[in-house]
Design a protein around this ligand. Sequence first.
Ligand code: ATP
Length: 328
Amino acid sequence: MSENNIKSIAVLTSGGDAPGMNAALRAVVRTANHYKIDCYGIREGYNGLIAGDIIKMGPRSVKNIINQGGTILKSARSKEFMTPEGRKKAYDQCVKLGVDAIVCIGGDGSFTGAKVFNEEHGIKVIGVPGTIDNDIFGTDKTIGYDTALNTAMDSIDKIRDTATSHNRVFFVEVMGRDAGFIALNSGIATGALDILIPERKDSLEDLFNTFRTAEKVGKSSSIVVVAEGEELGNIYDLAKATKGEFPNYDIRVTILGHIQRGGSPSCADRVLASHLGYGAVIGLMEGQNKVMVGMQSNKIVYTPIEEAIKKHNEIDKDLLKIAEILAM
Ligand code: ATP
């Protein structure tokens, strides 16, 4: 028997999909089964909870998915769940099934939804951080980040082959919304000339000076990695401004886009997702509620969901300095 009277849980994936969500789902379902807790899978995020698109899941429902990208439950952004009426319908579904708790695999928006739902209706909730952006407080890494980072790195490596062959300058935009983790780390890993991230105030003059220094030290091709949320300007404007300053440069722009969201999860993401999915069920059994499960220094930790939503992990400023030194 489970402790703390958790007899039945339901799990959903919500917001943007991330590689490793399936591995997390598998871990939730199999841990629940191990501890004799009934487990339901909700299709298409909060939309499925409202509509009652819910299936009973057992250990065999999650076979052969640990290596699959995306989410077999499908994900969605639900407008109806943003309304009290929508959430009431979702609550009615929980009552109908006798669900004690919801495990929400998603990003900060999904956690906000879970928090509001808990405050209104008292159903226990626990968040599992699944987003490639790595922008969630309370965990060293989010599920999907490592895979996305490696996809970005592989893609930039390929772009570098062309950049070098033609003496070109490439501006490459990577994902991450308002966070620069993917940009900073993929930039370091690919030896980018410059890395533009929203966490640092960048100026065009600094960027141009970096190009001037690169010319002086004899660099013939360059890659500038730009975070999606960079505040200095959009990538096309940055490229245009650079062309204005350096008319002889052959400049190209590449936006990596959704390629970074897909693909088979990396080993690190599968292990993280397995840990966190397990930790979510154990947390519920131990009486955790309205928290997010995370990994910090290889230990499972529970952070109040408000904090996970509001606070942000700091970018490692030393890495920015290291990137600058190593680029020349
Ligand atoms: P990602 O970081 O990958 O985009 P996310 O979880 O932040 O993922 P969102 O689109 O922000 O993605 O949120 C997912 C869903 O969570 C929304 O479509 C909505 O159904 C629910 N949600 C978000 N904010 C709220 C809120 N304030 N109240 C109720 N539900 C919410």
